[in-house]
Design a protein around this ligand. Structure first.
Ligand SMILES: [Zn+2]
Length: 319
């Protein structure tokens, strides 16, 4: 029997995997994310059943997860509001203890214990994908906040006149520093005729430019694409510097789809960060590194949280 199963619920797919007691990964399975909350719970339960039997399951969900395991708000899962993930899954999976957390928080915990953040007691996990997620570790513990809603770093407002965000505000950091932000900067450059190679990779249509076209051209060494990467890196670094001023981390781990694409922006981010963080010359350097666990980080972290949670009651003496 695998010790625990971790599940990462994304906007497009659900990944479930087995985590063994020694930290190694067993079997895994993927499903498309269905529409509607109850259908999502059904799909998670089926994925777990196909890998089970198991005693504990951890779930990383994309949005605001409270301490009762209710997904209160999930901008990337349409029509999902106030979904009782823990209760709904424990009903579908009798005898299984379910732990639920935010997906980026789970990813941060996985990188802290098994990935790029090993040994760091104070670290920030920043997932750069379609949006931006965050996981905060302070003093070796996850910082979850009063309601479990901490780490919504993508919605720090960095430009009050900036583009509108699906959350309802304007100029959120993730409008500039996520994959969609990179795509927007790339389109602007292509439309201005400053990034012909990027436009060419998008089939000649500047309007069709996405982040991956910028990254691909930059990896070829294209100067126009590198200009876009440097502008993008400044926006990434701006948010990281704000966070570093607040949290004083030892290490910042960059994950998500953008980080997996080779990290062509890593050095420009480090340079811009040193310009933007308070008193760079008077503080120990803050390491900015790429995540190591890739697309499995969320599921692995969810499994680790489930293991921690299921272990805790057994360690408590019972009357
Ligand atoms: Zn927002």
């Amino acid at each position: 029997m695998p010790e625990v199963i971790g599940v990462d619920v994304g906007g497009t797919k659900i990944l479930a995997l087995q985590l063994r007691a020694d930290g190694s990964l067993g079997q895994e399975t993927r499903k498309l994310t269905p529409r509607g909350g109850e259908a999502v719970l059904d799909a998670i339960a089926e994925a777990v059943d196909s890998l089970g039997p198991v005693k504990a399951v951890g779930v990383g969900a994309p949005g605001l997860v409270d301490h009762a395991g209710i997904l209160q708000f999930a901008p990337n899962l349409p029509h999902v509001v106030g979904l009782p993930v823990r209760a709904g899954l424990e009903q579908r999976l009798p005898g299984v203890v379910v732990t639920v957390g935010n997906d980026a928080t789970c990813a941060g915990w996985a990188e802290r214990l098994l990935g790029a953040g090993q040994g760091s007691h104070d670290l920030l996990m920043v997932t750069l994908g379609t949006g931006i997620g965050g996981g905060l570790v302070g003093g070796g513990e996850l910082l979850l906040g009063a309601n479990g809603f901490s780490g919504e770093i993508g919605h720090m407002v960095v430009d009050i006149h900036g583009p509108p965000c699906p959350c309802g505000k304007r100029g959120c950091w993730e409008r500039f520093a996520s994959g969609s932000g990179l795509g927007r900067l790339g389109r602007e450059a292509a439309e201005a005729g400053q990034a012909p190679r990027v436009a060419q990779l998008a089939g000649g249509d500047p309007v069709a430019v996405r982040g991956e076209h910028v990254t691909a051209a930059a990896l070829e060494g294209d100067a126009g694409a590198m200009d876009v990467i440097h502008r993008f890196a400044w926006w990434v670094a701006l948010g990281l510097a704000n966070l570093a001023n607040v949290f004083d981390p030892e290490c910042i781990v960059l994950g998500g789809g953008l980080a997996e694409s080779g990290g062509v922006f890593l050095e420009p981010v480090r340079t811009a960060f040193n310009d933007l963080v308070e008193a760079a010359e008077y503080r120990p350097p803050i390491r900015i590194v790429l995540a190591q666990l890739g697309e499995r980080a969320g599921a692995v972290g969810a499994a680790l949280l489930a293991r921690h949670a299921s272990g805790a009651p057994a360690a408590t003496p019972r009357p």
